[in-house]
Design a protein around this ligand. Structure first.
Ligand code: G3I
Length: 376
């Protein structure tokens, strides 16, 4: 059949058709990691449900959006070394295997921590407190075994977690009580001896706040002066809609970086629920009582709060992008809202919305506001 349209009309019709097709076909969202590939690594933590395949969507989603992985719990002492002489690497090995198969940077979390460390670690076989020398040997054996097991696969270790209190003094942990303050130096030395190629980090929450930060800076300076290897500091980033202030984060990144350290945001999320002031931070041993007024959005986040969250994330990423020379990684503490520990802490059973993806893996407004910061 003869085409009755003139070439000019046909040309305009095809342009019209093309425009219509482009508008009607939904644009695919970019992978979060790809958006920030010129700035820093983008990580997430992984749990058992994700790695064992119970949640079928998790692995492909993680591989598409993140280029660094931290085991949320699987490498903690109570999981990986639950009883004397017995190590359980199964879950951690699966996470590392998955991460390496997807060319991700694997972070080891955590070697020495006051929390999630069984009581037996600090006791002899009769239940008496260990001597300094015995606890040093136990710490060394643990670090050599765990770091040795993952040597060449885990590229950076949270060697020491949360060793400083809010006022900047050393946390009164069993490690400090039994060994004394050189347990810090020893932990870094053992980790370095166990894998000289791994990066070694100090990791904490609220360590962007001046009082705590001013307690940590001299500890790091002292390690560096003694020639002890420490490569970076992890600011966990358990943040809120209105705190901490951006200038505080900005200043702290500069201060840590001025010591020649890499800076990482290692456990980022933004809490949108009311927080009782006595549980501000991330001390898992603290809990507050459930009240309905403290769980205001069980059926969904109102638009007004979604917008606030998007703006807060944009502001935070604005600061991180400003420091992209110092910041080497931003890890989110959870893949999507449903997986966040903030649904159960500091109050069990709340519905929180602290991450960039919703419970159906759908990008939230906050996702789009974050990716915009990469283009500015
Ligand atoms: O897996 C068990 C389950 O079998 C059991 O039935 C249930 C009963 O309570 O507990 C489950 O384990 C819980 C685990 O999370 C997995 O959900 C533990 O009780 C709970 O203590 C554990 O909480 C973790 C917490 O650290 C303590 O290890 C959170 O998932 C984890 O997000 C959180 O992460 C920490 C970082 O490591 C360090 N910085 C602070 C951050 C938040 O607390």
């Amino acid at each position: 059949m003869k085409n009755s349209f003139s070439p000019v009309v046909r040309y305009f019709l095809s342009i019209l058709f093309l425009t219509f097709s482009l508008l009607s076909c939904k644009k695919k969202d970019p992978g979060l990691k790809d958006v920030f590939s010129d700035a820093f690594l983008i990580g997430t933590c992984m749990n058992v449900t994700q790695i064992n395949g119970t949640d079928l969507k998790a692995k492909p989603f993680i591989a598409a959006n993140f280029n660094s992985v931290t085991a949320e719990n699987a490498m903690k002492w109570e999981r990986i070394h639950p009883v004397p002489g017995k190590y359980d690497f199964a879950v951690a090995d699966s996470i590392v295997k998955f991460a390496l198969a997807n060319k991700m940077f694997v972070v080891g979390h955590v070697l020495v921590w006051h929390s999630q460390t069984p009581d037996w670690v600090f006791q002899d076989s009769l239940g008496n407190p260990l001597t300094r020398d015995a606890l040093i040997s136990r710490m060394k054996e643990h670090i050599f075994t765990v770091v040795g097991h993952f040597r060449g696969r885990v590229k950076g270790w949270d060697v020491l977690n949360e060793a400083v209190d809010e006022d900047g003094s050393l946390r009164k942990s069993k490690w400090l009580e039994i060994i004394g303050k050189d347990y810090i130096q020893l932990a870094f030395e053992f980790a370095n001896a166990a894998d000289p190629w791994a990066e070694l980090y100090y990791n904490d929450y609220n360590n962007e706040l001046p009082a705590k930060r001013e307690g940590i800076l001299p500890i790091i300076k002292d390690l560096k002066q003694k020639g002890v290897k420490i490569d970076g500091v992890g600011i966990q980033g358990h943040w809120h809609l209105d705190s901490p202030k951006l200038n505080v984060i900005d200043e702290s990144i500069s201060k840590y970086a001025s010591l020649g350290l890499k800076v990482m945001i290692t456990e980022m999320e933004v809490n949108v629920l009311p927080t009782p002031p006595e549980v501000y931070g991330a001390d898992v041993s603290q809990q507050a009582r459930y009240l309905e007024t403290l769980n205001p959005y069980p059926a969904g986040l109102p638009d007004s709060v979604s917008n606030q969250l998007a703006q807060r994330y944009a502001d935070l990423f604005g600061v991180l992008m400003k420091h992209k020379d110092a910041v080497t990684r931003v890890t989110f503490w959870g893949v999507h809202d449903g997986y966040s520990w903030k649904n159960d802490w500091p109050i069990k059973g709340r519905t929180n919305y602290p991450l960039l993806f919703d419970r159906n893996y759908k990008p939230k407004k906050a996702f789009y506001s974050v990716i915009k910061t990469a283009k500015n």
